[in-house]
Design a binder for this molecule. Structure first.
Ligand SMILES: [Zn+2]
Length: 324
């Protein structure tokens, strides 16, 4: 009964978005209500999961054998997340999600190098996740090492080269030395997003079509809370500049298959998703979401307009344990 009610509620939310002409429309969105519904639902699931985790009330959804068998047939994750490899930064646990829920890329310093770009494109461009999260974390060793000018050995310089621009930007905006690392961690999140937008036409096309939103975030190792930074402050201009640069090179032979072209292809059921499929997909994900914890436990932070109407609907979304 609750499952049916959830689907009905999601359908109502979808209808509201479809018929509400005054709903805020973001640049490049092209008035696609189903795309916005997917983005908002994705963020809602992540926020609710992090609240459960950080308040010590995880529900461990989608971790049983039934779910394992279900997603063995094909994956439909609802978010792509680029995070650090730090052992204290376990993405599925932080968002209290299970098997097949999130497409995760972890690399020291959550940088966007070539392999990370390719994997992001696989998640956003092939698996069609409506949300791309870049998540830094407090006390990040990779960022700290670069900020403090530590001597690096082996291949670590490859990481440092991607982090250095963020550290330089952070240095310009601080007055006290101990502000550097926290500022650099945040600047490094923006740097990764900038690198993704500048270098990936696959992601830019998804952005322009409103099929994906890119949000920055920082995970706090001690509180377990994710602070949402919102969209890159210069997202629109980054997209425009990258598109212009691409136009300037239009006479060159086009080899724009995307960074994910060399990633082994995977059988995926939604390669030609019909118009109704997004709503069905959200309904499935929300149905699997455990009950929302009390609003008082919501994480801090501002998502710059991404705190959606669906989030306000969340208390109505009954979970498997809600019926008494
Ligand atoms: Zn780290």
């Amino acid at each position: 009964m609750n499952v049916s009610r959830n689907i009905v509620v999601v359908a109502i939310v979808a209808t509201i978005f479809a018929i509400n002409p005054s709903a805020p429309v973001q640049a490049g969105e092209k008035n696609d209500p189903s795309a916005r519904l997917l983005r908002d639902a994705s963020l809602m699931l992540l926020k609710e999961g992090n609240t459960r985790f950080s308040t010590g009330k995880p529900q461990h959804p989608n971790q049983d054998s039934e779910r394992r068998k279900e997603v063995a047939k094909g994956q439909e994750p609802f978010a792509t997340i680029l995070a650090c490899s730090d052992s204290r930064d376990p993405v599925e646990l932080i968002f209290d999600r299970g098997v097949g829920d999130v497409f995760v890329i972890r690399v020291a310093g959550n940088i966007a190098g070539l392999s990370e770009l390719a994997t992001v494109e696989y998640g956003v461009g092939h698996l069609n996740t409506p949300m791309l999260i870049v998540m830094g974390h407090t006390k990040c060793g990779a960022v700290t090492a670069v900020a403090k000018g530590a001597e690096l050995h082996g291949h670590l310089h490859a990481l440092a080269d991607k982090i250095k621009p963020a550290v330089e930007k952070a240095k310009a905006g601080i007055t006290e030395a101990d502000e550097l690392v926290p500022k650099a961690i945040q600047a490094n999140v923006w740097q990764a997003i900038e690198d993704i937008i500048k270098q990936s036409s696959v992601v830019r096309e998804k952005l322009a079509a409103g099929k994906v939103a890119i949000l920055g975030s920082v995970y706090d190792l001690e509180s377990g809370k994710v602070t949402w930074l919102g969209q890159h402050p210069a997202e629109d201009s980054l997209v425009a500049l990258a598109a212009q640069a691409e136009t300037d090179q239009s006479l060159k032979p086009k080899s724009d298959e995307g960074h994910a072209a060399q990633v082994a292809t995977e059988k995926h059921s939604d390669s030609q998703e019909p118009a109704a499929a997004p709503v069905k997909k959200v309904a499935t994900q929300v149905r699997q979401a455990p009950p929302k914890v009390p609003p008082a436990a919501e994480p801090h932070g501002d998502d710059h307009g991404h705190a959606p109407a669906p989030a306000k609907q969340a208390p109505k979304l009954a979970g498997p344990g809600d019926h008494h």
